[in-house]
Design a protein around this ligand. Structure first.
Ligand code: SF4
Length: 380
């Protein structure tokens, strides 16, 4: 059996957050019901097909959107059909994303009983005014309650997302949130800088001068501080934005960064198998119609050329603290014996952004802060 990961996208949320440009729409009962029926059918077919190709399920990740706006019975049924439609690895990781305010202790117990063993909570902040600034629908009290409930029903593998750079947030308040969540014993945290995506209300507010973004210096401070603070609690940065106790890293996301194979089900989900990448119809009703009619819902695809594979390996691998094993990086196909990456890499090393040790190429702590710029310089 060859292990594979499966991602399932739930494109519904209670309302749209002010900074969000993800594939998500406000939930309504009929759309959610039709979508879940289609997903159920699709998951059964596609996972049985993977099983017939000798694949076993290593990680399953239900993300969104907000999966927990779906009725718990439907979410549990989806987990059950996935876990019963193909062989599963003995140490399978099954993650469900959830937002505080959309879960109760009963909901979480139901997900656990259906096979979920990891929960990722969209906490974002532990201050109500900052949650409101983001357009989130939950409160800090609900975030604390969700953690309490998750622990109570046995989710020891628990993660929380935090955002820094929120208008009105001081670096000290961000640090206080990090400490609070680490003190509550979470073995995994993700900390992302707020981005002002085109077309979002937050972007318009910034462009109109109605809100003042955090300064670049303060954002850089938050990025660096997260590493120092969480290390005090035994959580190491293993990816640019992700921290975990040893062994608590998200294996599903590691599959993406290490260019492992995965199947994506649901609207807007992406897949990568046998050197080919494809993506599904973005609109949830298009996806439902295609599944119901038994026709393909692929919206596009690309064969990953050796050149692209090489670039991807660098761009994804350098996000990880472990970096990239040099013996897997032979240089772009058709390149010279001395591909330009080595001279660029040398220059980045001299500037303290990249390091070469134990046969691996990786970003330094300073390099992680400007990871996108460094990788771009390396592959361009
Ligand atoms: S909960 Fe997440 S996916 Fe849903 S609107 Fe907010 S940011 Fe977007």
């Amino acid at each position: 059996m060859r292990p594979i990961s499966v991602y399932i996208h739930i494109p519904f949320c209670r309302t749209k957050c002010l900074y969000c440009d993800f594939a998500s729409v406000p939930a309504n009962h009929d759309s959610v019901a039709a979508y879940m029926r289609a997903l159920h059918t699709d998951a059964e077919r596609q996972l049985a097909s993977l099983a017939s190709q000798g694949r076993s399920l290593a990680t399953l990740y239900i993300g969104g959107g907000t999966p927990t706006v779906v009725p718990p019975a439907d979410l549990a049924a989806l987990l059950t059909v996935c876990l019963n439609s193909m062989p599963v690895e003995p140490d399978i990781e099954v993650t469900v994303e959830a937002n505080p305010g959309t879960v109760t202790r009963d909901t979480l117990a139901r997900l656990r009983d259906a096979g979920a063993n990891r929960l990722s909570l969209g906490v974002q902040s532990l201050s109500d005014d900052l949650l409101q600034a983001l357009g989130r629908t939950h409160t800090a009290t609900q975030a604390h309650q969700a953690i309490t409930d998750a622990h109570a029903v046995g989710f020891s593998d628990l993660s929380a997302d935090l955002i820094y750079g929120i208008p009105g947030q001081s670096p000290d308040r961000f640090e206080a949130d990090l400490r609070e969540l680490a003190r509550r014993g979470l073995p995994h945290l993700s900390a992302y800088a707020l981005t002002y995506e085109e077309g979002t209300p937050l972007r318009r507010a910034r462009d109109a001068g109605r809100i003042a973004p955090m300064s670049e210096e303060d954002e850089a401070w938050c990025f660096a501080r997260a590493g120092h603070v969480l290390a005090e609690y035994g959580l190491d940065r293993y990816e640019v934005s992700n921290f975990a106790r040893p062994g608590a890293e998200c294996r599903h996301n590691l599959t993406y960064w290490r260019r492992g194979e995965y199947l994506g089900l649901g609207a807007a989900a992406h897949s990568f198998i046998a050197g080919r990448r494809w993506w599904n119809a973005r609109q949830h009703d298009d996806y439902v119609r295609c599944v119901t009619d038994g026709v393909s819902y692929q919206e596009g695809s690309e064969e990953i050329t050796p050149e692209n594979a090489w670039t991807e390996a660098i761009m994804l691998g350098l996000r990880l603290r472990e970096g990239i094993a040099l013996d897997t990086l032979e240089g772009p196909p058709g390149g010279t014996a001395e591909p330009p990456i080595w001279s660029k890499g040398y220059s980045l090393q001299q500037r303290g952004l990249l390091e070469l040790a134990d046969g691996r190429l990786r970003l330094t702590t300073k390099g992680l802060l400007v990871a996108d710029a460094v990788t771009l310089e390396l592959v361009s």
